[in-house]
Ligand binder design. Structure first.
Ligand code: ZN
Length: 137
């Protein structure tokens, strides 16, 4: 039985050779497809069901595609599109986690400044533009 599993794993590896595999876009499409399927349980909508099949089908197509250069190009574009919202989300997560120990201020240049809480009136110098401001922490 163990040999059979090893043989199957080897066959699978050979099958996936030269194919794109699971990249970020395919993974997110896969998750999105399952979200649509779960939503469809509650709303029972044919359009939602078809949409989930299309999204999952496209995720599978991306995984098994042999045009790796094109798929990587699409993945790079996708990662570029989600980089800003992802950074904002991570920033909010950090602010929430450190809300009891740090104060956050935004400089006029757009840089987020983090200073420890409970230090009274402080002069903050932006490391990006060297602008100074007085804030109460
Ligand atoms: Zn600044």
């Amino acid at each position: 039985m163990r040999i059979w599993f090893e043989k199957m794993a080897w066959k699978m590896q050979r099958f996936m050779m030269g194919r794109n595999g699971l990249d970020d876009l395919a993974r997110h499409l896969y998750i999105l497809g399952w979200v649509f399927i779960i939503l469809n349980i509650f709303f029972n909508n044919a359009g939602l069901y078809i949409l989930s099949l299309v999204v999952l089908g496209y995720a599978l197509f991306r995984m098994f595609s042999k045009n790796v250069a094109r798929r990587q190009q699409e993945n790079t574009v996708y990662l570029g599109l989600i980089s800003k919202p992802k950074r904002t989300w991570l920033q909010w997560q950090r602010r929430w986690k450190e809300r009891k120990t740090h104060c956050f201020f935004r400089c006029q240049c757009g840089t987020m400044l983090r200073v420890p809480k409970g230090k009274g009136e402080v002069i903050i110098t932006c490391p990006n533009c060297r602008r100074q401001m007085t804030k109460r922490t």
